[in-house]
Ligand binder design. Structure first.
Ligand SMILES: Cc1ncc(COP(=O)(O)O)c(C=O)c1O
Length: 459
């Protein structure tokens, strides 16, 4: 199809997600044509570094023949069959493999089609679990300010993003939000305070909320290992250990939402491994298949299935496409690449260089904070570094969306500019990236951020 025709049809018929479609009345829709390794190419043949791995998805990079072949083979053998009352080999072998990778006794895998469904499933599971064991009053969920957990009504209600949540009120009742662990901004952080003390204070916010709501009414706490929204917010020292103790004290489930942080993003198969805590449930998606086909999962500790092993009891929940045989085979081929190419080790080995390169950008006056872990970093843009003065809403929009976003793109770097908290640029390169690729990211960022700093200086 001709490029002009694609533009016209995109404008007329395609509804892009979380996108101001009005903007494309007058501007070209960026149309990506193909990908290879860490790069994607648009319909004009221009090459871009995929600095966000699509959307925190593309771990093994684009154009991997091994995964395409696995998909083709399984499509010919059994393209679809549900895992309702039946099972099939691809779902069985993937469930066993994930159970093997998952920490502790996280042994039971409930597949979904994506991340929101995994979060939704986790909330529904803990609610029904507590009903089954006679603790009917436990249904509430605690999560953190600014955290993104998905868009379906349950997952949306768990979100700590006020704007995208409140637009859809009334929400599913029973969600409560506490302070996140953003040491750069948190009112809980005091001058000279150690990371461990800050971690204790942040964890105490969860305990306080459990106490306020009534311990026998709280079902679960949903936390990401590194919180995406707000700009790669890392946990302080000992935070998750404190939270684990609090959950144990009150009989509350700890759900580790690893839709982004699993499958190597932090240099480990699961983000909870990196920070050494034992969740009761892990929700995951994205990197599980590196995006070759959609898939998500909820991985549960053994005790969670116990009430459902009674022949008269069933978890009343299911999804047509969950455990899709083609998706399972894509995930297996994806995970084979992880092992063959030692991708976890690659991330761990190169993380210090990535951090050093990004922290090197501190010499640019608008780079306020660089934070993250593994191949998952955020750069917060400020107006005045010394005072941490933020850009106001209009300035932030202007700098992020009228300057940084288009200019990073023009210079060949796809990454995320986000103003859902303070303005940040986020990076999540494919896990196959090595030193050369990380340096390429830095050099484009340096050029564009330096130009942006000149604009900010004139505000
Ligand atoms: C932590 C987290 N949870 C849930 C979701 C929702 O996943 P999906 O977009 O696949 O529904 C996301 C998506 O980015 C996420 O980052």
């Amino acid at each position: 199809m001709k490029n002009e025709q694609l533009q016209e049809l995109a404008r007329k018929h395609l509804w892009m997600h979380f996108t101001s479609m009005g903007y494309y009345h007058e501007n070209d829709v960026p149309i990506i044509d193909h990908g290879e390794g860490c790069y994607v190419y648009d319909i004009h043949g221009k090459k871009y570094f995929d600095g966000l791995g699509g959307l925190f998805v593309s771990q093994v990079g684009h154009g991997r023949k091994e995964i395409a072949d696995a998909i083709a083979e399984q499509s010919k053998k059994l393209a679809y069959f549900p895992i309702w009352n039946n099972a099939h080999e691809p779902a069985i072998e993937l469930a066993a493999r994930l159970a093997e990778y998952a920490p502790g006794d996280l042994n039971r895998v409930f597949f979904t089609s994506g991340g929101s469904e995994a979060v939704e499933s986790a909330w529904k599971l803990v609610r029904q679990y507590y009903t089954e064991i006679g603790e009917h009053r436990r249904y509430k969920v605690i999560s953190r300010n600014l955290a993104y957990h998905g868009t379906t009504m349950g997952a949306l209600s768990i979100n700590g993003l006020t704007d995208i949540r409140n637009t859809f009120e009334p929400l599913v009742p029973g969600t409560f939000h506490v302070e996140n662990t953003d040491a750069y901004h948190s009112h809980l952080m005091e001058e000279g305070m150690s990371s461990a003390d800050f971690g204790k204070k942040c964890a105490y916010e969860i305990e306080r909320m459990i106490e306020i709501e009534g311990p026998d009414t709280v079902a679960a706490v949903f936390l990401e290992p590194v919180q995406n929204s707000g700009g790669c917010i890392v946990p302080p020292e000992g935070y998750f250990q404190e939270v684990r103790n609090i959950c144990d004290k009150y009989g509350v489930m700890l759900v580790s939402d690893e839709v982004i942080c699993a499958f190597g993003r932090l240099g480990y198969m699961f983000g909870s491994e990196r920070f050494e805590y034992q969740p009761d449930i892990i929700t995951c998606a994205k990197g599980l298949t590196s995006g070759y086909v959609p898939m998500g999962a909820m991985i549960c500790r053994e005790f969670l299935i116990e009430p459902f092993l009674d022949p008269d009891s069933t978890f009343l929940h299911g999804i047509t496409f969950a455990g899709h045989p083609v998706a399972c085979k894509a995930a297996m081929a994806n995970l084979d690449i992880f092992e063959k190419e030692n991708l976890l080790a690659n991330v761990r080995e190169n993380e210090p260089l990535f951090r050093e390169l990004l922290e090197g950008l501190y010499d640019i006056p608008i780079v306020g904070d660089v934070r993250g872990a593994g191949y998952f970093f955020g750069i917060e843009i400020v107006k005045n570094k010394a005072t941490k003065e933020a850009l106001n809403k209009d300035e932030a929009k202007d700098i992020l969306f009228n300057f940084l976003s288009p200019n990073l793109y023009k210079n060949g770097l796809i990454c995320r500019t986000d103003d859902r908290g303070e303005p940040v640029i986020q990076l999540a390169p494919p896990l196959i990236s090595g030193p050369d690729e990380l340096r390429e990211i830095e050099s484009i960022l340096r050029k564009v951020l330096t130009e942006a700093a000149e604009l900010v200086a004139r505000l």
